[in-house]
Design a protein around this ligand. Structure first.
Ligand code: CP
Ligand code: NVA
Length: 295
């Protein structure tokens, strides 16, 4: 099986992955040989700090090995079709992880791969981030009976979080500027779990009653030429100490201080952003273990 977005898992499978992550996090020494002799191929078309280091470290900690395949390292993007790269890689490695721009490229990698393909961020989705976010929320609040306000862009991180929220029963409100909403297609997929987020263009209304405020950059990787236009459009959506109040702050990172968050907010005790970052490691170890044992 592949993980191109969170809803490639059933709700039971999502619970199982999170449970595996928590077990391994609690007793990491018990799992040092779990992926002995196994290799993860990591395709990166875009930069990464957390995803690259957490996947590579996670494979090492599970007794396996990870291969960094950056944009200048392989033929992908320089003339070799996605489907050929995928079929060749699957003859060597046990898992493929891909951070690519076009979600359709991740789908094509998966379609031609005999080994699991894990989406490590496309322009449309970031399911590994959502796994870590769900782990973090459960650790912070003891479960998913939590009210979350997403304030910012209805982007890749937001869209996967919408699905994760729908699958776990989080009470989610999404506030975006007009024109930056989550796609109808993602809302339809969330509806299949009977839990569609409320949507608004008003950040103040979204955070009213929320336990958590979650945001991400206004200018995602690949959108740098739209920087001025987007910063204008997101005027009023910055998370300030006033807007956050005593709520918990989540951010997938990297943060663009002075844009979607103030420095004060991200450095405050309300921020659980470093726990989120750490949980990337644990969530992905849980996912890799679950895939090796189940898929
Ligand atoms: N949150 C996240 O995916 O961070 P990186 O871009 O550093 O991997
Ligand atoms: N939305 C951001 C997330 C980075 C982890 C981007 O796509 O650049």
């Amino acid at each position: 099986m592949h993980l191109l977005d969170v809803d490639d898992l059933t709700t039971d499978e999502l619970s199982a992955v999170l449970a595996r992550a928590a077990e391994i996090k609690a007793d990491p020494g018990d799992y040092e040989d779990l992926l002995d002799q196994q290799t993860l191929g990591m395709i990166f078309e875009k930069p990464s700090t957390r995803t690259r280091v957490s996947f590579e470290t996670g494979m090492t900690q599970l007794g396996g090995h990870a291969l960094f395949l950056g944009p200048d390292d392989i033929h992908l993007g320089h003339g070799e079709p996605v489907k050929d790269t995928s079929r060749a890689l699957a003859r060597y490695v046990d898992f493929v992880m891909a951070r690519v721009f076009d979600h359709e490229d991740a789908e094509e990698l998966a379609a031609y791969s005999d080994v699991p393909v894990i989406n490590a961020l496309t322009d449309d989705a970031h399911p590994c981030q959502t796994l870590a976010d769900l782990l973090t929320i459960r650790e912070e609040f003891g479960g998913f009976d939590v009210d979350v306000a997403w304030v910012g862009d209805g982007n890749n991180v937001c869209q996967s979080f919408v699905l994760g929220a729908a699958m776990t029963g989080l009470d989610l409100t999404v506030a975006t500027p007009a024109g930056y909403e989550v796609s109808d297609e993602v809302l339809d997929r969330a509806a299949e779990f009977g839990n569609v987020p409320e949507t608004t263009n008003d950040p103040e209304a979204a955070v009213d009653g929320a336990d958590v405020v979650y945001t991400d950059v206004f200018v995602s990787m690949g959108q740098e030429d739209r920087r001025h236009e987007k910063l204008d459009d997101f005027d009023g959506f910055q998370i300030t100490t006033d807007l956050l109040g005593d709520r918990t702050l989540m951010h997938c990172l990297p943060a663009h201080r002075g844009e979607e968050v103030t420095d004060e907010v991200i450095e405050s005790d309300n921020a659980v952003v470093w726990d989120q970052a750490e949980n990337r490691l644990h969530a992905q170890k849980g996912l890799l273990a679950w895939l090796a044992e189940t898929a």
